[in-house]
Design a protein around this ligand. Sequence first.
Ligand code: SF4
Ligand code: F3S
Ligand code: FES
Length: 259
Amino acid sequence: MATDTAAPVPAAPPAPAPAEAPEAPQAFPVTVRVRRFLPDEGPEPFWQDFTVDVFPTDRILDALHKIKWEQDGTLTFRRSCAHGICGSDAIRINGRNRLACKTLIKDLDARKPIIVEAIKGLPLEKDLVVDMEPFFASYREVMPFLITSGNAPTKERLQSAEDRAIFDDTTKCILCACCTTSCPVFWTDGQYFGPAAIVNAHRFIFDSRDEGAEARLEVLNTKEGVWRCRTTFNCTDACPRGIEVTKAIQEVKRALIHR
Ligand code: SF4
Ligand code: F3S
Ligand code: FES
């Protein structure tokens, strides 16, 4: 005859009280004050305020999208990647050149209107869009490509890690123009090549595989070149890639002196 010898099952411990759900972040209104320019409607730029609901972690680019999609489809700005890589959405935010896609609302004082305008020193086309052609013309002048002589090698051109490190910083440029359009010399004298062109010249001048340094240095030794730089550092402060722009310019000046 079977006997029930199983030990009594202990009572299950009381279930823990459910953790309180973290409070969802709340959207709040901010005023974005945009310097608008609509050449089809009038010759003068004007300021226009938009109030838009944002989250602290939204970027200025998100706010601009909301305005465009929900309030005023004529608002015009450039952007492509939306992730700090393409360099197409450089604008002036509260007086500083920045990428709209890398500037978070929580890093600005959202109690005051956020001032948004086009970068300075290049021809204004519409709202936040400028004509980048003068900027790229200077870039092309410094021959931003590898120059070599002789036949193309059958395998890669070797370079030591130390030699690569010399110009590592200037390889990071995304040609956003934040630096050049924050430079007071560029504002007052449209002839200056500007820091971005010099950064991209630096990237090849100090590349041990390149043979075009002399030609680039000649270009930068002209009256539009590096000697226009007054070491103001605005360019370094403005660079969203953290490139030491002024240092690169100084290195090019030094290369000119010691060649
Ligand atoms: Fe933009 Fe910096 Fe390149 Fe200037 S150096 S164009 S700020 S990424
Ligand atoms: Fe202009 Fe930068 Fe020289 S802001 S003056 S290029 S250090
Ligand atoms: Fe590409 Fe901002 S949209 S860098």
